[in-house]
Write a protein that binds this ligand. Structure first.
Ligand SMILES: *Cc1c(COP(=O)(O)O)cnc(C)c1O
Length: 369
């Protein structure tokens, strides 16, 4: 090809920085030799979704030829009722991932910075990069979000700060007063409180009250975790009217499917199911953490539906992962999160937790721990 050949579609370059984005790797779901493995790699609800949500999905199938609601009024009203929030300050996305992306494209861009912590959710970095902004990661303190480090890491160019609380993949949590201190210290930026796991922390409002009061705080929630609807892609945000108005301009008119809207509305109203899942997850989580600790594998107190199991080194973590796989148990390696000596284990049902505890115990005993 001559140097003067006209550009064709194949040679059109994407925006600067796009090719530097590391592809997001979802939690594995297959393991050789096990046709029906236990998947504990994506923090899904082992009990599925509420039966009421299941029925709503089936009912919605009959109207699959119709476009969904564009204003999500039914779902926003249900969220407002259950959480005591103004529906006019709620916006729904195709998972909270979509809302993370809107925030980045609306508030960040070339010449601006997006701030998060070193073991933060990978989508924060990806969203910043897709918007052409500079991702900036700051230290945590022993796998706990350090608000002082975030404040020190902020510059006049910081437009967006993402904090997951409880955090993924660490499972640790910081007090609401710390989140408020952060928001007040960075008035030049939107602080996105990613509360994907808020329901697992008993009595925690996910930062809703702070988002009601402060002009630069938006709370992100999802139906993918405790509500067991990851396959349908529904999330929501609550915040100042001005921020919701910005995000509304980014939103496609039919971004959430009709089955997703119907299922989410039924799921959020089934507060008894949600509470049973929270209580059972907490019980099994604390028992699994104790069993792993007894086997020589510590973890930080987790406020979510997973445990970050800590091994002496990367080799041991990888060997334990292989042993778990051989037993048909799929957990998440988190080297990509800067935690090569750890494995993130979703809390499954009672049988799954017992199998994990036994598999790790046998592995550790086998290496003379
Ligand atoms: C799972 C998760 C989300 C959201 O997922 P969606 O399925 O896109 O709603 C957001 N943040 C964190 C930290 C998560 O772990």
């Amino acid at each position: 090809m001559s140097a003067t050949a006209p550009a064709t579609a194949e040679t059109v370059a994407p925006q600067p920085g796009i090719m530097e984005i590391a592809l997001y790797e979802a939690g594995a779901s297959h393991v050789a030799g096990h046709p029906d493995p236990v998947k504990l790699s994506s923090n899904e609800n082992p009990w599925g979704c509420s039966p009421a949500a299941q029925a709503a999905i089936e009912a919605a199938a009959a109207a699959a030829h119709r476009y969904p609601s564009s204003d999500h009024a039914g779902l926003r009203a249900a969220i407002g009722e259950v959480h005591g929030l103004d529906p006019a300050r709620i916006i729904c996305g195709a998972g909270s991932d979509e809302i993370i992306s809107w925030l980045a494209h609306a508030y960040a861009g070339p010449g601006t910075e997006v701030l998060f912590t070193e073991h933060g959710f990978l989508m924060y970095r990806i969203a910043a990069q897709t918007a052409g902004a500079t991702p900036v990661a700051v230290r945590e303190r022993e796998r706990v979000t350090d608000v002082d480090a975030l404040i020190a890491g902020a510059t006049p160019a910081t437009r967006l700060v993402f904090v997951a609380n409880p955090n993924n993949p660490t499972g640790t949590m910081i007090p609401l007063a710390e989140l408020e201190r952060l928001a007040r210290a960075v008035p030049q930026a939107i602080v996105a409180l990613d509360s994907a796991y808020a329901e697992f922390a008993e009595g925690y409002d996910g930062g809703a009250e702070i988002a009601s009061r402060l002009p630069n705080v938006v709370m992100l929630r999802t139906f993918s975790k405790i509500h067991g609807l990851g396959g349908l892609r529904v999330g929501w945000a609550y915040g100042p009217r001005a921020v919701i108005d910005v995000l509304a301009r980014m939103r496609g008119p039919f971004n959430v499917s009709a089955p997703g809207l119907a299922a989410a509305e039924a799921a959020i109203r089934d507060t008894a199911f949600t509470e049973r899942c929270r209580a059972e997850t907490a019980r099994l989580r604390d028992r699994l953490a104790d069993a792993l600790a007894a086997a020589g594998v510590p973890s930080d107190p987790s406020f979510a539906n997973f445990i970050l199991a800590r091994f002496p080194d990367r080799e041991t973590a990888e060997a334990c992962d292989a042993a778990l796989q051989a037993d048909g148990l799929i957990v998440r390696r988190v080297a990509g999160y800067g935690l090569p000596n750890c494995l993130r284990i979703t809390i499954g049902d009672e049988v799954a937790c017992r199998r994990v505890a036994e598999s790790v115990r046998r592995f550790m005993a086998g290496r003379g721990a």
